[in-house]
Write a protein that binds this ligand. Structure first.
Ligand code: UGA
Length: 422
């Protein structure tokens, strides 16, 4: 099938590359010329396992990128994959969605075949029918040959190619059966459950999934904080809890909380949306509250050991919001570094990939090229990201002034490390 993907960011690029791998003819549309050139020359503008191989196989063949929307008219399906960043009040900013819909609609003004517009971006329930559909109808001067669908993504950063190719489920929400059938045919090569729903339900499934996973994490962290007062290991406890098949063992890893570009933003947007609708999202608010407090718990433990942090040299190992990425968006290391700086500590950091991104946020931090360098003469070490290489550290901690090691992620293999909630 000929498919246009609007937005060559993380979701659009993975979707485009994977659909090309499935044999479709894909055109990615992005306003950023640099990104377009990178895709066309098979150089992934972001790091994702397996992405470069897909680009090498398909770029310039059945996967191309460009900045004009003319390919829309030549495609049967347009998939909108633009970002929905967070507004100051927690709501989702739909500016990119609206301009994508306008551009797609304009192309479909003089078009007489059948074309489906599917939204893959994470959007508040009601956006596809309430905003995308009327915007496209207006821009296309009410072209009646357009169908609408919502097809949420469930891709984890770092392993998104694997998630796309082996999904737990594919959700397709549509206004009418014909539009849903066309989107379903795109996934005919996938061996997984395809769930057909209404459009608003598909939008809500995405928000509810991310909010539930975030809830599991905050729940484990709250249980972990209680375990800490009892002197027991939350991993032993949640290991026992997760064996119940109704609960499952996944996303129960306690630590310093969830970060990234999705969970914090999506839970906030759902809270904002719920309030607009006149409901009181107390559970979701608590999920965020636990997550905001959790990174500060590790700073409190540090202070219990060291007293005032003024002039102390503190090492932060791990800056990315999770391992295998340089992404620091909403990383739990951010509030920790903020607190350390406020307490006048001298902050030394090391991350295998994210030093540069964190330095941009906090020019005052001192970045090191290895954990060993960052640990030298340190008064205390906080581990904030589960990088596999940290599991091999041990003698490196001996170079600290004081071998005080506190883990916000369960990754070390040293007997004297103290866990944030274990
Ligand atoms: C998340 C979801 O997992 C994807 O299904 C979804 O498609 C994506 O958001 C999105 O909406 O686009 P992602 O943000 O890439 O994916 O990262 P996760 O692997 O889910 O981790 C999020 C955060 O939770 C990280 O900071 C991680 O360290 C933390 N986490 C995860 C825990 O603290 N404990 C856990 O047990 C699992």
């Amino acid at each position: 099938m000929k498919i246009s993907i609007v937005g060559g960011g993380y979701v659009g690029l993975i979707t485009g590359a994977c659909l090309a791998e499935m044999g479709h003819e894909v055109k990615i549309i992005d306003v950023d010329e640099k990104k377009v050139n990178a895709i066309n020359s098979a150089k992934p503008p972001i790091y994702e396992k397996g992405l470069e191989d897909l680009l090498i196989r398909h770029s310039g063949k059945n996967l191309t990128a460009g900045s004009d929307f003319s390919s829309v008219r030549d495609s049967e399906l347009s998939i909108i994959c633009v970002g929905t960043p967070q507004n100051k009040d927690g709501s989702a900013d739909l500016g990119y969605i609206i301009s994508a819909a306008e551009s797609v609609g304009k192309e479909l003004k003089i078009f007489d075949g059948y074309h489906v517009v599917a939204v893959k971006s994470t959007v508040p329930p009601g956006t596809t029918t309430g905003i995308v559909l009327p915007t496209i109808m207006k821009a296309s001067e009410n072209n009646s040959c357009i169908g609408f669908a919502m097809n949420p993504e469930f891709l984890r950063e770092g392993i998104a190619v694997g998630d796309f190719m082996n999904p737990d489920r594919i959700v397709i929400g549509s206004v009418d059966k014909r539009a849903g059938d066309l989107v379903e045919s795109v996934y005919s090569g996938f061996n997984t459950k395809i769930l057909r729903t209404g459009i608003v339900s598909a939008e809500m499934i995405k928000y509810a999934s991310n909010s539930f996973l975030a809830t599991k994490i905050s729940f484990s962290n709250e249980i972990g904080n209680i375990c800490k007062t009892l002197g027991i290991d939350v991993y032993e406890v949640m290991g026992g809890v997760g064996l119940d098949h109704r609960i499952s063992p996944y996303f129960l890893n306690a630590g310093c909380g969830f970060g990234g570009s999705c969970f914090p933003k999506d839970v906030s947007a759902l809270i904002h949306f719920a309030r607009l609708k006149g409901t009181d999202p107390v559970l979701l608010e608590s999920v965020l509250k636990v997550n905001q407090m959790q990174p500060l718990v590790i700073v409190d433990i540090l202070k219990k050991h060291l007293g005032s942090l003024e002039g102390k040299r503190i090492t932060v190992l791990g800056l990315a919001f999770k391992g295998d990425t340089d992404d620091v968006r909403d990383s739990r290391a951010i509030p920790v570094i903020e607190a350390l700086i406020a307490d006048k500590a001298e902050v030394h950091v090391y991350d295998p990939m994210a030093n540069k991104n964190m330095k941009e946020l906090f020019p005052v931090i001192i970045c090191h090229e290895s954990a060993e360098d960052a640990l030298k003469d340190s008064d205390g070490c906080l581990v904030m990201t589960e990088w596999p290489e940290f599991s091999r550290l041990n003698k490196e901690f001996d170079t600290m002034k004081n071998r005080l090691i506190i883990e916000g992620r369960r990754i070390l293999n040293v007997p004297d490390a103290e866990g944030i909630c274990w």
